[in-house]
Structures are given as structure tokens and as C-alpha cells.
Write a protein that binds this ligand. Structure first.
Ligand code: DX5
Length: 226
């Protein structure tokens, strides 16, 4: 399985002191997720590309676009928003696009890792034909749109199947991840764990990241012993 990474999502960070919040976690993060919502694909809205002008970070970004029909022009607004930031991945939702392949190809042409996401009710079968086009799949473990929801454990069936099909693929999970659910997701085969409220609602954000890492390590040791 590829390396396990914890990816803080800034959605539930205090937006009034975003830079400070990011400083607190960047030494402990391999990637930082920025959630973008349009109030069409999901019933919530965020700032769009201008959000990337509001902070700086040395950590590469994982852009999660919960947006209906993202066009090439729209994707470019993020690529061009702040050249000091490094966008590593852009994730689009299968359910939000008539032609996901076209947008995934465009993302790749721009030197960015193309990723596809599926919401909890979408079967894995729907994206099997794109698996060779993407370097990461995001299996949502809550309905996209809001932080602080409960982890949907039945989504692990999709993670297990995907890991069987693609032993080396980055499989990301997002929604309700904490020190109890992270081991469940890792056991199923996920290696990229997006976490928002468990980190940003904690007084000790670096400590929260460590608790998740420890929960995975303890779990792996237990599994090893058994
Ligand atoms: C949900 C977003 C998530 C969200 C996760 O639509 O994609 O990144 O911020 O929040 P928690 O970790 O609180 O479930």
C-alpha cells in the first residue's frame, strides 16, 4: 500500500485567522486540502479561486472541487490564482461532470495530478473506466458539503474493492475521520486521510494529527500481533 498521509482540510479552520491556523499544522502535513463549493453541486458555498490569495504555505495543495460542471477555464482560475502555492492534486466529482475524462485530461496536461471523487451513494462501478486516467480516487465518507458529519462506514466496501483492483493507487477518504475511524479506513485500504474538524476544532492541532497517526500505528501493531 502507498504511504499513509494525513491531509488537514481548511474547511473548518477559523477563516478569520486562516494563515495562523495553517502555520500550526504545516510542519505535520504532507498535503493541505482546500475545499471549493458552488452551492449547486452541494448545498454550501465557499470562496472560489480568490481563496488561494488569502494564505501562503509550503505544503502542496489538494484541491477538492465540489462544483457542478467545472470547465477548463474554471480550473485555470485556480492554477493562476497564486503562483506561490503548489497545487499537487485537483479532484473533481464524477457526479458533477458530463464528461469527467475531458477535465481529468486537462488537469493532467497542466502538470497536476488528476483525481476523481465519488459521493457515498455512487457505486465504484461508475468510475472503473477512469481508473487508468487518475492517480488518486477520493471515496467520500460523508455526503460532500459540510465538516463535522458522521463517518459512513459502509463506504469501506468501495475502498476494499478499489484496493484489491489497484494495489498502488492513492485512495483518499474524506469525512468524519478521527482517531477512531482512521484505523477503520486504513484497514480497508485507504492511505490518504482528509481530516478537518478533528484537527481544527482541537486546542492542540499538531497533537490531533499525532493522535490519528498513533491510532493507525497502534491498530497496525494490534493487527500484527493477532
Ligand atoms: C466535506 C469536505 C471535507 C470536510 C471534512 O464535504 O470535503 O473535507 O471538510 O470535514 P470533517 O473532517 O470534519 O468531516
Amino acid at each position: 500500500m502507498p504511504k499513509i498521509k494525513i491531509v488537514p482540510s481548511i474547511l473548518s479552520a477559523n477563516q478569520h485567522k486562516l494563515q495562523e491556523e495553517i502555520k500550526d499544522i504545516e510542519d505535520y502535513s504532507d498535503l493541505l486540502q482546500v475545499d471549493i463549493m458552488d452551492n449547486k453541486f452541494v448545498p454550501n458555498i465557499t470562496q472560489q479561486a480568490e481563496l488561494l490569495k488569502k494564505f501562503s504555505t509550503k505544503v502542496p495543495l489538494d484541491m477538492h472541487l465540489m462544483v457542478k460542471e467545472p470547465t477548463q477555464e474554471y480550473i485555470k482560475t485556480f492554477i493562476n490564482a497564486n503562483k506561490k502555492l503548489k497545487i499537487k492534486n485537483i479532484t473533481i466529482h464524477y457526479e458533477a461532470c458530463k464528461n469527467p475524462e475531458k477535465i481529468l485530461d486537462f488537469i493532467k496536461k497542466n502538470g497536476i495530478i488528476p483525481c476523481v471523487a465519488i459521493s457515498p451513494k455512487t457505486p465504484l462501478d461508475k468510475i472503473k473506466k477512469f481508473l487508468d486516467k487518475v492517480d488518486m480516487v477520493l471515496i467520500m465518507t460523508v455526503e460532500p458539503g459540510f465538516s463535522g458529519q458522521k463517518f459512513i462506514e459502509s463506504c469501506m466496501e468501495k475502498v476494499r474493492e478499489l484496493r484489491r483492483l489497484k494495489p498502488d493507487l492513492d485512495i483518499e477518504v474524506d469525512g468524519g475521520i478521527n482517531d477512531k475511524t482512521a484505523p477503520i479506513a486504513v484497514k480497508a485500504g485507504a492511505n490518504i486521510l482528509v481530516v478537518s474538524s478533528f484537527i481544527f476544532k482541537s486546542k492542540n492541532k499538531a497533537g490531533a494529527i499525532k493522535r490519528i497517526m498513533d491510532s493507525i500505528t497502534n491498530f497496525s501493531e494490534q493487527k500484527y500481533i493477532n
